[in-house]
Design a binder for this molecule. Structure first.
Ligand code: IPE
Ligand code: IPE
Ligand code: MG
Length: 266
């Protein structure tokens, strides 16, 4: 059965006629993406080095994963390191990679036991070889879990992901395996690294910044956006609940007049 959300199917008991309840769609999945921003400013406000902000950011991520499971989120994509973050000082990049290593070592086994499926999206090229090995192992060890999906965007950039998809499509067309007329938004989405997850429902960015910074450009086509002023290291249950409450009050129309019509497949 697909993980994507579907409209509620109403069957008239007298006539047997089938129709879709556009007012109360059955939400089977809830996919939330988070741009975890503000670690550096959090540390600065405390007169600490930026690395301390990243360290506190890892604790916030652990709290938020637990909160997300409790609050009914089924899929969560977190932006851990962007293709543009290589522009940071080498020492900060090394510290971020070190924190990721430590997180996998200390928490992978617990996440596996708790039923979390861990997936990584982004480019392997450029990452330290041991990190590539560790994230592949994290996926391998948790791939049969289905209680909660944690997708970590690591060395990820949406433009690079879209270019990769275009290159693969062009190669298939050139080989005669794909007819250009068959390229649709649905099939294109299938070439992106995020294709295994259901459509994105809500995108959260912390720290008061109002931009996408090259995150999920395609996938966010019909996502709701919630920007929160809180710095990422202070995130957890309450701020996530507040974001989900705002999301619940939004009227998602997907281009139609009434809410609840079929969602796009990307
Ligand atoms: C987000 O916090 C963490 C990463 C980008 C890895 P920042 O490090 O961007 O924190 P600010 O934006 O400088 O406060
Ligand atoms: C986006 O945050 C990337 C991550 C959260 C990993 P940045 O802090 O790098 O984004 P900009 O530079 O402010 O756009
Ligand atoms: Mg930032």
């Amino acid at each position: 059965m697909p993980l994507g959300p579907t409209d509620a199917l109403i069957i008239n008991p007298q006539t047997g006629e089938k129709s879709h309840d556009v007012k109360a769609p059955a939400q089977k999945s809830l996919h939330v993406a988070v741009i975890m921003d503000g670690n550096g400013r959090w540390a600065k406000a405390k007169n600490q080095i930026r690395t301390m902000g990243h360290k506190a950011g890892v604790d916030a991520l652990k709290r938020t994963i637990t909160a997300a499971v409790d609050l009914g989120v089924t899929h969560m994509t977190v932006f851990a390191f962007s293709t543009e973050n290589w522009r940071r000082p080498e020492a900060e990049v090394n510290d971020l990679m070190g924190l990721l290593r430590a997180f996998i070592k200390s928490d992978l086994e617990r996440l596996r036991r708790e039923g979390v499926c861990v997936r990584i999206v982004g480019q392997e090229e450029g990452l330290p070889a041991d990190i590539v090995g560790m994230v592949n192992e994290a996926h391998e060890k948790t791939k049969d879990n289905s209680r909660f999906y944690l997708q970590v965007a690591l060395n990820y950039g949406a433009q690079a992901d879209i270019i990769e998809a275009v290159k693969r499509i062009a190669t298939e067309v050139r080989a005669g395996d794909l007819n250009p007329d068959d390229i649709t938004p649905e099939t294109f989405g299938g070439y992106l690294s995020t294709h295994d997850l259901p459509p994105l429902d809500l995108l959260i960015r912390t720290s008061g910044e109002h931009r996408l910074s090259n995150f999920l450009l395609w996938e966010a086509a019909y996502a709701e956006f919630v920007f929160q002023d809180i710095l990422w290291p202070d995130y957890g249950y309450e701020p996530l609940k507040a974001a989900l409450d705002i999301f619940a009050r939004r009227d998602r129309r997907f281009g139609a007049v009434e809410a609840g019509h079929v969602k796009p497949a990307f």
